[in-house]
Write a protein that binds this ligand. Sequence first.
Ligand code: C2E
Ligand code: CA
Ligand code: CA
Ligand code: CA
Length: 277
Amino acid sequence: LLPVGAFIAAFIVGIVYWLSKKRLSPLGELTLAVQNREFIVHYQPIVALKTHICVGAEALVRWRRPDGSIVRPDLFIPLAEESGLILPITDQVIQAVVSDLGKLLVADRGLHIAINLSVSDLKTGRFLSVIENALDHTGIHNEQIWLEVTERGLMDIESARETITAARARGHMVAIDDFGTGYSSLQYLQGLPLDALKIDKTFIDTVGRDTATSSVTPHIIDMAKTLSLVAVAEGVKTKEQADSLAALGVAFGQGWFFARPLPLEEFIAFYHQSKHQ
Ligand code: C2E
Ligand code: CA
Ligand code: CA
Ligand code: CA
């Protein structure tokens, strides 16, 4: 009997070993990551261009794998969007923002956090109740949660309009992201109720330089003013850019000149330092 038992035991050990070595598909891995809540958020400061005081942050998702390595969103967001896993990932981002920064948001009513939304987020509108539940009893105001939507998210204009209208009715601020990179930005601007416009870094790159696009940037800024949209410059990399943008009347800026996306503790340190500079 003993040899048979040993044989069965060896067989089981072999199967377990084989299963542990077998590679999951990328979708299988991402599904597991969602189940195990492996998503964390880094915060890129958004500052007032006149004072360089931190007025907010953009929440940027990272996948922290069990071995501690960090995966950038460009590598998993497309699969997450295709598969529908983006919905539970958005949930985890919202919940992380509230547990990471709840105290700071209550202490500073002027502080806001911007959350990125995907096409399916806008289609389903599910994030609205997730935010409502996450903010419940925290004392955080809806006005402090901004939502960033890209033109891709606005393609299905009717469901986008409905969701954006509902979000604004609750007090959230809605920003159009990567403005100027799509093909019909102006059309979207006309037809949608929006609060803020994030000028894409391709336009910021040209500020202060003598190129064809650099003559476009001031017009984008003027248009934001005409439409009463708060302008946010993305990808600010130099002091010269920051100064020119402030002179052109852009309220807020974000980019490596001020800070990269930061892990929570570093963001909180940056925030306090900017207030007491
Ligand atoms: P995005 O929304 O346009 O976010 C800004 C990206 O620009 C970030 O890349 C940020 O690290 C990078 N960036 C910031 N300042 C500078 C700069 O001065 N120079 C340059 N070259 N880059 C700068 P990141 O964090 O890798 O995110 C990439 C994209 O992934 C985001 O682009 C956004 O579309 C998507 N994403 C990130 N987090 C989320 C999320 O929670 N949900 C969804 N749906 N999408 C997300
Ligand atoms: Ca964004
Ligand atoms: Ca952007
Ligand atoms: Ca982008």
